[in-house]
Design a protein around this ligand. Structure first.
Ligand code: FRU
Length: 491
């Protein structure tokens, strides 16, 4: 199932017809239910997340014609509540002069009733459309829609034709917002010396842009290129959230191919600089990348990310699709840290309670066996006073290794272990007296929120059977309680 022919270029109608004809060929084995994912084919980054005229729009990097990355289109899904999503027609296909080889990541804003997409146009020098082909040029472009469904690319694209002269070729993933009546955009880039940085431009009309400043840069420590930067105010602080490429593992940190994290500080529009603290990863699991945030109707700052990682195995590719977004998460800045918790709207998915278990929990005690591996787990326990217990949950998914999420009191360490090669991700959160886990499971994904967002772990997993969820507890038992909800099917 693959069509690379040039006739696909700039043709959203052809992409929609392909999807109609091929969506039933996708195998259900690892399909998710309440997560945004492509109807068929490949997806990576969330793009253009926005609330527009009473609905939520989620666009994404999309190649409908194969379950591998290819010339990037913008897929599109729409929701009234950020939980129930419906596929919309493909919003953009590549092939115009400025985006010949791909419509790369970008963002969306409501420009006085017009849904406006600002995205990167990709052109490879040799026309060879491959991931990690390093000979390319990138510009920023605009597309506009009156109805939020059909988009016209701006005739005078690109709107930002070139990066500053000391820039490398990397110049992509524009994220736009409005401040004091003026548009601002932050763009991911690096210098010719591979110093990663976030560039700031401003505009009165989204069409003519002026370079302002370098908001922040790697200082030789935070990778060699920043993808998908996002910049916003949160609880009185300013946050730069981005995905650095090129960081090496350091202790328990930075074990994914690329990372996603943030700098928290204070931004001064006059100088264009962010005074900030240290870089922190925002999620500690295997599969969280290229996050983007937006403001919900009531002003909450919501984040979604690609729930996969570049250059890692994606078993669903054998089934005609690849990639999903995380559930939407509400962000808060607490003590210099960005915390994520699942949005409250997800509670509307709750079906019957399939486990309601109170103390004492014993090790390996079966808690629930959700049908189709789709459930929400609320686990709460006192960390035993002996100071050396391991507590949490495990999932028997019929593979040769259980998936588990535990807190090791002796080490003060949270660990997600999904088995297999490179199965462990861990974070030293320090001493806890209580462990609260809020876990969303959706067949091939697990999103764990610890103690109200103190830490978050997001990983894909590939079950052979529906999961049996068990307690991990010391021999003396665990003072805790667990409630598991089956979640209603949406698809
Ligand atoms: C991040 C990224 C972006 C780029 C897009 C291409 O995952 O590499 O920098 O715009 O994916 O699909």
């Amino acid at each position: 199932m693959s069509d690379n022919s040039n006739s696909t270029l700039n043709d959203t109608a052809k992409a929609d017809a392909w999807i109609r004809d091929h969506r039933d060929c996708v195998k259900p084995r690892y399909r998710l239910d309440y997560h945004v994912m492509p109807p068929v084919g490949w997806m990576n980054d969330p793009n253009g997340l926005v609330y527009f005229k009473g609905q939520y729009h989620a666009f994404y990097q999309f190649y409908p014609y194969s379950s591998e990355w290819g010339p990037m289109h913008w897929g599109h899904a729409i929701s009234d509540d950020m939980v129930h999503w419906k596929d919309a027609p493909v919003a953009m296909a590549p092939g115009s002069t400025a985006d010949r080889d791909g419509c790369y990541s970008g963002s969306a804003v409501d420009d006085d009733g017009k849904l406006s997409l600002i995205y990167t146009g990709q052109i490879f020098d040799d026309g060879d459309i491959k991931p990690f082909n390093t000979e390319f040029s990138e510009t920023q472009n605009l597309a506009v829609s009156e109805d939020g469904i059909h988009f016209s690319k701006y005739a005078q694209n690109p709107v930002i034709p070139a990066a500053p002269s000391d820039n490398s070729r990397n110049f992509r993933d524009p994220k736009v917002w409005k401040h004091d009546g003026r548009w601002y955009v932050v763009i991911g880039s690096s210098t010719k010396d591979n110093e990663a940085r976030a560039l700031l431009y401003s505009s009165a009309d989204l069409r003519e842009w002026k370079f302002e400043s370098v908001i922040a840069h790697s200082e030789g420590k935070i990778g060699e290129m920043w993808e998908c930067p996002d910049f916003f105010s949160l609880d009185g602080k300013d946050v730069l959230l981005f995905s650095p490429v090129g960081m090496e593992p350091e202790g328990l940190k930075y074990h994914n191919v690329f990372q996603t994290g943030y700098l928290v500080g204070d931004f001064d529009y006059a100088s264009g600089k962010l005074q900030h603290g240290e870089f922190e990863e925002v999620d500690r699991g295997h599969d969280f990348y290229a996050s983007q945030t937006f403001e919900a109707a009531d002003g909450r700052r919501i984040c979604m990310a690609w729930m996969n990682m570049w250059q890692t195995p994606m078993p669903e590719q054998a089934d005609g699709w690849a990639g999903a977004m995380t559930v939407p998460r509400e962000l808060h800045a607490v003590d210099g840290q960005v915390r994520m918790t699942p949005i409250k709207e997800l509670e509307s998915l709750r079906g019957p309670v399939i486990a309601d278990v109170a103390a004492p929990l014993s090790n390996d005690q079966v808690l629930a066996a959700p049908k189709e591996n789709r459930c929400e787990v609320l686990f709460s326990a006192d960390v035993p006073a002996d100071g050396n217990s391991k507590i949490g949950v495990s999932l028997d998914i019929g593979t040769d290794h259980d998936v588990s999420f535990t807190y090791d009191a002796a080490l003060g360490r949270l660990t997600l272990d999904r088995g297999g090669e490179d199965g462990v991700r861990a974070y030293d959160c320090g001493k806890l007296e209580k462990l609260d886990l809020h876990i969303y499971i959706d067949r091939s994904s697990m999103e764990v929120f610890v103690n109200d967002g103190l830490a978050t772990f997001t990983s894909r997993m590939y079950p052979a059977t529906a999961a049996t969820i068990k307690a991990v507890a010391p021999a003396s038992g665990l003072n805790g309680k667990v409630r598991v909800y089956a979640l209603n099917a949406m698809r």
